[in-house]
Design a protein around this ligand. Structure first.
Ligand code: NAP
Length: 499
């Protein structure tokens, strides 16, 4: 039976839903030790949403102890790989079966269109768990070359207790990027989701438990970053922090690790990704990529194509085409509207920050081509229209700062050399793109842009087979692909001598 996902369907589902805002520790939904909670305000209408447990140090202690106990017992780490695979595959199926509920929870929390939550976020989260489930029984160890009387096994072993700290822009996707490889490798995980997006993290843990994941292998502690996030990153019995979030907090995480137990750290941080368009490019394709690459998810995407570097002779034509694509395809509407392509920003404070950055950019000389204004304020929600601004140079604050809103900054260039220099003139190195019909130039420029992913004549294409992450202040370590497994393992040599 196919469901008709109308606005009325989602309004009814919302009215009938009482989201669970507790923590998930040792296989149980639980309150915080202090009993404290906070109310999450819904970005789509500014109304009070779910009541979330406000965890503290004692809750982190409890969750880490449970994760350590599960790891030490071998209840998951030593499980038959085919059994592990079956449990993770069941979990992926349960995510799909509960897709509409998960999509609703994600949208209540973060304000993105509910159909995007369903068709993109839920679908990719389930696919990610499935991808790593399939790897459980395909991981081999090595035997090193030795003399005839010796045998050296080089084992790839799980690290232990992983603390995962995640952001609010793609909660389920980014959480499963960490959970999939960390669990497939045999670790235990304590997840601290962003305070804005706890609901799907809690449901993911419940569904994992329902699928058969043993108690303690995956725990969720909700609460504030400076409280539970810091407590997790400073914990002496956590072996690694896998963090996705801002560069600012990423630097704090490294400091916490350095000043406590030297736990490993993997950081997926911010970006200010360049999309370089040469005059010989297919301008329609470039305009579509630039608009969708920047405005999807209301620009709340780490690898959004927020800097459009355009050869000077095509700037006006390109901006006009981007306006047309935006008007025609990128519908901003209430997240329950089936046709909504983008929805609300995450919260009132972030709305203020985005509008403030636009104002500062305009004051320092950037010219508004269109959009970039607060809209739909009568709903009580936090909506900003997609906007394009022409910057006087790459030094403009609009071209340097991560705005994390639907704002595209255009910087003109005259030569290939200048385009590459501007593309790399940023603290970040997460992603980039080049549009040209000259394949020699495509090859040169894609090699020279210093970023974790560079697209040629397209943007934001990827699958689980490709690693994702950045250089420079976009962090280090890679999510996705078989290589993500390495991040959650280390080598252990077992040397045997035969007589
Ligand atoms: P954020 O403010 O850095 O928060 C990320 C996580 O860190 C949240 O769970 C947050 O908890 C927690 N946190 C905050 N302060 C902490 C502290 N002192 N100690 C430990 N944890 C702490 O980032 P965000 O605003 O959620 O997300 C947006 C940022 O994430 C952007 O910069 C974006 O580019 C980046 N991002 C990067 C990628 C990537 O793959 N490279 C992907 C997505 C997003 P609270 O929510 O409770 O503060």
């Amino acid at each position: 039976m196919t469901t008709d996902y109308t606005r009325a369907y989602w309004e009814k589902a919302l009215a009938e839903t009482t989201p669970r805002g507790g923590m998930f520790i040792d296989g149980q939904l639980t309150r915080s030790d202090t009993g404290l909670t906070f109310i999450r305000i819904r970005p789509m209408d500014g109304k009070p949403g779910a009541e979330i447990a406000r965890g503290g140090i004692k809750d982190i202690d409890r969750a880490v102890a449970s994760a350590r106990k599960a790891f030490a017992s071998g209840v998951w780490r030593k499980k038959d790989p085919q059994e592990k695979k079956k449990i993770m595959l069941r979990w992926a199926d349960l995510i799909r079966k509960n897709g509409a509920e998960l999509a609703l929870l994600e949208t209540i929390d973060v304000g993105k269109p509910v159909m995007a939550s369903l068709n993109v976020d839920v679908a990719l989260a389930a696919n990610c768990i499935q991808y790593y489930a399939e790897m459980c029984d395909k991981l081999y160890d090595e035997i090193a070359p030795t003399g005839p009387n010796d045998r050296a096994l080089v084992r790839k072993v799980p690290i232990g207790v992983i603390g995962a700290i995640t952001p609010w822009n793609y909660p389920m996707i980014i959480e499963t990027w960490k959970l999939g490889p960390a669990l497939a490798a045999g670790n235990s995980v304590v997840l601290k989701p962003a305070e804005q997006s706890s609901l799907t993290a809690i449901r993911l843990a419940e569904l994992a438990s329902e699928a058969g994941l043993p108690d303690g292998v995956f725990n969720v502690v909700t609460g504030y970053g400076e409280e539970v996030g810091k407590a997790l990153a400073c914990h002496m019995d956590v072996d690694m922090i896998a963090f996705t979030g801002s560069t600012e907090v990423g630097k704090l995480i490294m400091g916490y690790a350095a000043s406590t137990n030297l736990k490993r750290v993997a950081l997926e941080l911010g970006g200010k990704s360049p999309l370089v368009v040469f005059a010989d490019a297919d301008l329609d394709a470039a305009a579509s990529a630039a608009a969708w690459g920047c405005f999807y998810n209301s620009g709340e995407t780490c690898h959004a194509s927020t800097r459009l570097l355009a050869e000077r002779s095509v700037v006006d034509a390109l901006v006009e085409k981007i306006r047309e694509v935006t008007d025609r395809e990128i519908t901003l509407a209430h997240p329950f509207e089936p046709g909504a392509q983008i929805g609300a920003l995450i919260e009132d404070a972030h709305l203020g920050k985005v509008l403030g950055m636009i104002e500062a950019g305009v004051r320092s000389g950037a010219k508004r081509a269109f959009g970039g204004e607060r809209v739909m304020s009568e709903t009580g929600g936090y909506y900003v229209s997609p906007g394009v601004f022409i910057a006087p140079s790459n030094n403009s604050s609009l071209a340097q700062q991560e705005i994390f809103g639907p704002i595209l900054t255009v910087v003109p260039f005259d030569t290939e050399e200048e385009a590459v220099r501007i593309a790399n003139d940023t603290a970040y190195g997460l992603a980039g793109a080049v549009f040209t019909t000259d394949m020699n130039r495509a090859h040169r420029v894609s090699e020279d842009i210093h970023a974790g992913t560079v697209w040629v004549n397209c943007y934001d294409l990827s699958n689980f087979a490709t690693p994702f992450g950045g250089f420079k202040q976009s962090g280090f370590g890679r999510d996705r692909s078989v290589h993500a497994i390495d991040k959650y393992c280390d080598y252990k040599t077992i040397w045997q001598r035969f007589s």
